[in-house]
Design a protein around this ligand. Structure first.
Ligand SMILES: [Zn+2]
Length: 114
């Protein structure tokens, strides 16, 4: 049993050992989605390193990252010179909130170069 990441969605999944090629996708439909995205990229003439994503989804992800960056800056500033345990506990909660806002965020590509 090994843990692999789906080539489409990036989610980790357990791959049962055994004969044959190891699975590359967490579910069968994700193999199809990658195939369609690669075909779309070929039609658009995208290069092997190119990915086409929704601007709205990209902006939403950037917003989440910005919130996490702001939390990191807050914590860096708040803890500068502090040795108070409560300050560290508060910082942890603040950082965790920002991190949880990013964890699990996914962008579904419309086209992927292959
Ligand atoms: Zn998947």
């Amino acid at each position: 049993m090994s843990v692999r990441k789906c080539r489409w969605c990036g989610v980790a999944f357990k791959n049962a050992g055994g004969p044959g090629r190891p699975r590359e996708f967490c579910k069968r439909s994700h193999r199809q989605r990658l195939y369609e995205a690669e075909r779309a990229a070929a039609k658009l003439g995208l290069g092997s390193d190119d990915v086409l994503v929704s601007k709205r989804e990209l902006d939403a992800l950037r917003d989440r990252i910005y919130v996490l960056e702001a939390a990191v800056e807050d914590v860096r500033s708040d803890l500068a010179g502090s040795h108070d345990l409560q300050d560290y506990a508060d910082a942890y909660v603040h950082l965790l909130e920002g991190a949880l806002n990013v964890v699990g965020a996914r962008i579904e590509p419309r086209a992927i170069g292959s």
